[in-house]
Design a protein around this ligand. Structure first.
Ligand code: SF4
Length: 98
């Protein structure tokens, strides 16, 4: 390896990073979730996106300042909106283990 290649190798090693995808944690669900596939975990930042996207399934705990699933989706439309909420959640606090 000549000196030019060595410099190049060092340069790239500075930009090595570890990518870890955040996902909802089924062991850290907020206690208000009803039983079922969809849930919110404790990462929720109370941003309102899920309640706005799927208001028939997500609501707010005023006492604790986060969202939770108060009704599991029962129709295809509700399932689609819950999936949309899961995808749109900015902190990936919504899970689906169904
Ligand atoms: S979209 Fe995510 S962060 Fe925002 S209120 Fe819903 S669960 Fe919480």
């Amino acid at each position: 390896m000549n000196s030019e290649n060595r410099v190049l190798t060092i340069h790239f090693s500075l930009f090595t990073f570890h990518w870890e995808e955040a996902v909802a944690d089924p062991t850290d669900r907020v206690k208000e979730n009803v039983l079922g596939a969809y849930y919110v975990d404790m990462q929720c930042i109370d941003c309102d996106v899920c309640r706005d996207t799927a208001p028939d399934n997500f609501t707010r705990s005023d006492e604790n300042g986060y969202s939770y699933v108060f009704k599991q989706p029962e129709t295809e439309d509700e399932r689609e909106l819950c999936e949309e909420a899961l995808t749109a959640c900015p902190v990936e606090a919504i899970g689906n283990d169904g």
